[in-house]
Design a protein around this ligand. Structure first.
Ligand SMILES: Nc1ncnc2c1ncn2[C@@H]1O[C@H](COP(=O)(O)OP(=O)(O)OP(=O)(O)O)[C@@H](O)[C@H]1O
Ligand SMILES: Cc1cn([C@H]2C[C@H](O)[C@@H](COP(=O)(O)O)O2)c(=O)[nH]c1=O
Length: 211
């Protein structure tokens, strides 16, 4: 039996990272041993190095397809080093972003084609698909305002135009409509404790179904 692969997705500033770490914290000590919390791009030394290159605001010359390929390369390494070994050990992997991010940000945000980006990622993932995706949804203006209010460093993607971020959100909403069995939407304009509770319930139910 394989483990359980759960991803968190959403526009910048939706609250994914905050919600994910609160949930991981709330699981008891015994459960925590079976849970791996990780993120994309990143999760290991090579993928974190790629992350620094992609997000560096100085890298203004980066071509949009180069960017898409770098995200996919970081993902491949992340799967091989972190995700697949944990799933093989029957663990629960909670991952901050995965292929849906590439479809939304590079496919729609950068306008290089949602299907083209999805297909390119099939090579990187060899078809690995999350069992559940928690989509934390906020209007782009709300997410960006949260980032501006709370973050000292704004990365190359955060700094994109409002229209870029609106295309990203619209693509996420299309993905959620197209994959209702996998992607569950949470309204993240609600107060943080409510968002955390809703996400925790989704994960707890997924774990129960999996046992
Ligand atoms: N429901 C909420 N209501 C108000 N503020 C929130 C809510 N959720 C998160 N925040 C705040 O918004 C900020 C951004 O949250 P967080 O970093 O978790 O977002 P994120 O989705 O991981 O963003 P990114 O993808 O850009 O890293 C944080 O300061 C967090 O405390
Ligand atoms: C995985 C992935 C991420 N992105 C973007 C989304 C964010 O702006 C940054 C990641 O950093 P954060 O800590 O989640 O803010 O990168 C992307 O464009 N494509 C992807 O595949």
């Amino acid at each position: 039996m394989s483990g359980l692969f759960i991803t968190f997705e959403g526009p910048d500033g939706a609250g994914k990272t905050t919600v994910l770490s609160a949930i991981a914290e709330q699981f008891n000590q015994a459960q925590r041993r079976d849970i791996v919390v990780t993120r994309e791009p990143g999760g290991n030394q090579i993928s974190e190095s790629i992350r620094r290159i992609i997000l560096d605001p100085k890298n203004t010359e980066m071509d949009v397809r180069t960017e898409a390929l770098l995200y996919a390369a970081a993902r491949r390494q992340h799967i091989q080093e972190t995700i697949q070994p944990a799933l093989d050990e029957n663990k629960i992997v909670l991952c901050d972003r995965f292929v849906d991010s590439s479809v939304a940000y590079q496919g729609a945000g950068r306008q290089i084609g949602e299907d083209a980006v999805y297909q390119m990622n099939q090579f990187a993932t060899n078809g690995l698909t999350p069992d559940l995706t928690v989509y934390v949804d906020v209007p782009s203006e709300v997410g960006l305002a949260r980032i501006k209010a709370h973050r000292d460093v704004v990365d190359r993607l955060d700094a994109e135009t409002l229209s870029f971020h609106k295309r990203v959100r619209a693509a996420y909403q299309r993905l959620a409509a197209a994959h209702p069995d996998r992607i569950v939407t949470i309204d993240a304009t609600k107060p943080l404790p409510e968002v955390i509770n809703e996400a925790k319930l989704l994960i707890t139910n997924a774990i129960k179904r999996h046992q």
